[in-house]
Design a protein around this ligand. Structure first.
Ligand SMILES: Cc1cc2nc3c(=O)[nH]c(=O)nc-3n(C[C@H](O)[C@H](O)[C@H](O)COP(=O)(O)OP(=O)(O)OC[C@H]3O[C@@H](n4cnc5c(N)ncnc54)[C@H](O)[C@@H]3O)c2cc1C
Length: 179
């Protein structure tokens, strides 16, 4: 969007290609930039956030990072996840690592949005190449799974919190395994 201005009781958005759209509501998604400048000279490797391994360890011994600023190593490289539960799950993994305890816990990216009485939830990574399977759909509530290479990679649900949470535990497993 190049410009936003009042147009009577509405708004007029001018796009970068010159197109104009009259609208009542504008949702601005500007993203976030991790603040890592203060780490300059510390020896801690930074990029898009603090670069960590799959346990939150940074390039400096005995320094870990969690949450929005931490780019943990995953199957698709290093990536930051800016969601509330992620910060807590990563903290649990790091606490065990600090204590030298083994940790089987997998940090599964998760976010939700409450749209009036409908809870939208996404567990795991939804990638463009995944096969999307609509498991349940009653016209309003639905549950879909994303499968890559025969493994469950993500669960997308609306109004089906219980079923979605149960499937979350199976993310990473081959699909079709009875339990
Ligand atoms: C408007 C908004 C809505 C959101 N809604 C959702 C949602 O619905 N669901 C969801 O899952 N996530 C949501 N998030 C994301 C979620 O809030 C974050 O993922 C989560 O808070 C990250 O936790 P954190 O501990 O990494 O960082 P933060 O919660 O940002 O905590 C970092 C803390 O460090 C402090 N700090 C920063 N710099 C310094 C410094 N130099 N010295 C000392 N202290 C410092 C900050 O003041 C802050 O208190 C939302 C975020 C925003 C901004």
């Amino acid at each position: 969007m190049a410009r936003l201005e009042p147009s009577g009781r509405r708004l007029r958005a001018t796009l970068t290609d010159g197109a104009e759209i009259e609208t009542d509501v504008v949702v601005v998604g500007i993203g976030a930039v991790p603040e890592v400048g203060w780490l300059t000279g510390s020896g801690i490797e930074v990029g898009d956030g603090v670069l960590c391994d799959e346990r939150g360890r940074t390039s400096v011994a005995d320094v870990w990072a969690v949450g929005d600023v931490a780019a943990w190593l995953g199957s698709d490289g290093r990536r930051r996840v800016e969601h509330w539960t992620n910060a807590g799950e990563q903290a649990r993994v790091v606490a065990r690592d600090m204590l030298g305890l083994p940790c089987q816990e997998t940090v599964v990216p998760y976010f939700w949005s409450d749209q009036y009485d409908l809870k939208l939830q996404v567990f795991g990574d939804v990638t463009p190449s995944a096969e999307v399977r609509l498991e349940e759909d009653d016209g309003r509530r639905f549950l879909a799974t994303c499968v890559t290479d025969g493994r469950l990679m993500a669960v997308v649900a609306a109004g089906m919190a219980g079923k979605a949470a149960r499937l979350r535990r199976r993310i990473g497993e081959p699909v079709g395994v009875a339990r």
